[in-house]
Ligand binder design. Structure first.
Ligand SMILES: C[S@@+](CC[C@H](N)C(=O)[O-])C[C@H]1O[C@@H](n2cnc3c(N)ncnc32)[C@H](O)[C@@H]1O
Length: 223
């Protein structure tokens, strides 16, 4: 079940920082550009869903030949994405929506992308299962995420500081996102360390046989 309190808090936090989000991330973004470029170079033609689109920082990297839909929980962040799309003449269907309960039919997209999103989704496993449901069999799920470092002191420090960071920025710094991908029943293809210390990962997955779509599909006749 979706936790309405946690989801409401996440939305309120991102609405609060929407106006300063790009400034807050200015320095990080200088490094993130190459990561974004790398992720989007793996997106093929077809229908693409970008979840947690935020202020639209991925827009400059969208490849040609895609039909793109972007969703976000925060109307404040979406308003900025809308302005960026207009400024850059990008045709995009933007909608306010929660990744934990996507309003799309099964198998709607060829690819789903999320960058730095599953650190803030209250129930990331539920959100990932939703991605598996709306992505076509054989389609791609691409995630760029910072994760908890499993080193004794650093991991402990991340756990310690996490409540403070969540309060200020809405993001958890101690999520085990690769493990969450597996728990969600997605088929993990790769989890590439995109930074030398293993903090940021480029995760490639496919909707797995254990996904929500498979589990809720009616049993085939004759079994
Ligand atoms: C750290 S920002 C990243 C924004 C953008 N993807 C980027 O790379 O700059 C996280 C975004 O995820 C959105 N988000 C958090 N929880 C969400 C949910 N349950 N459903 C949809 N979007 C969500 C937030 O509103 C925010 O815009």
């Amino acid at each position: 079940m979706i936790d309405p309190r946690a989801t409401g808090l996440t939305k309120a936090r991102y609405n609060r920082i929407a106006g300063v989000f790009d400034c807050m991330e200015y320095l990080l973004e200088r490094r993130a550009r190459v990561w974004r470029e790398r992720l989007w170079s793996q997106v093929g033609p077809g229908r693409v869903l970008e979840v947690g689109i935020g202020t639209g920082k991925n827009m400059p990297y969208y490849p040609q030949g895609i039909e793109i839909c972007g969703i976000d929980l925060s109307d404040g962040m979406l308003a900025r994405a809308r302005k960026r799309a207009v400024r850059n003449h990008i045709a995009i269907d933007l909608r306010e929506m929660d990744v934990q309960a996507l309003g799309f039919p099964d198998n709607s997209f060829d690819t789903a992308v999320a960058t730095f999103v599953f650190c803030s989704v209250p129930d990331p496993i539920r959100g990932m299962r939703e991605l598996a449901r709306v992505v076509k069999p054989g389609g791609k799920i691409l995630l760029l995420e910072h994760v908890r470092l499993d080193r004794p002191f650093v991991g402990w420090l991340m756990d310690l500081l996490n409540p403070l960071v969540v309060r200020m920025m809405g993001a958890n710094i101690n999520r085990r996102t690769v493990e969450n991908v597996l728990q969600a029943g997605l088929e993990l293809k790769s989890a590439e360390d995109i930074t030398a210390n293993g903090l940021v990962k480029l995760i490639t997955a496919r909707p797995g046989g254990n996904s929500e779509k498979e589990r809720t599909a009616p049993a085939p006749q004759g079994r």
